[in-house]
Design a protein around this ligand. Sequence first.
Ligand code: ATP
Ligand code: MG
Length: 158
Amino acid sequence: DWVNFTELFNRIIDRHEMSKSQEVTFKREFLNKTRFVFIDEDKITQVLDNIISNALKYSPEGGKVTFRIKESRDQILVSITDEGMGIPKDNLAKIFDRFYRVDKARSRQVGGTGLGLAIAKEMIYAHDGHIWAKSEEGKGTTVYFTLPVADDQEDEWE
Ligand code: ATP
Ligand code: MG
């Protein structure tokens, strides 16, 4: 379906902001501009839910989570940045593998199966997008994904 991505993103962020139990600040850095993408809304919601709950799980008290949308002519770039413990460089590519969890000991306390990002990757690829992460240990992590938008949307009816 055609979905207003900004509206969907805002709604999902609102839900996490209301239900979060930690002292974490949310910051939205995107224009409240309408951008429609052709997506399976439930699946992209699941992707965002996992990335945001990861960001919260690994955030320290008082940390900040920043949400961004950047647009180009044919795609949107979504990113979610936290100020958590980060992920060692050698493990960064593996976090999108099934059942992979960095450092079993530290992850055990926060729970999870290690499936969230593997499912997210599958869903983003099914939408012809890409997903990846950048991280600095001790500083934080950013997860990025892209979704294609129709070329020349505005010219469609000309
Ligand atoms: P699930 O999502 O199935 O409940 P999970 O959160 O452990 O479990 P993934 O979402 O796939 O699994 O993440 C895989 C691993 O990547 C996590 O266990 C964690 O070690 C690491 N990770 C993911 N996001 C972050 C983050 N924002 N900061 C630090 N580590 C992260
Ligand atoms: Mg997860």
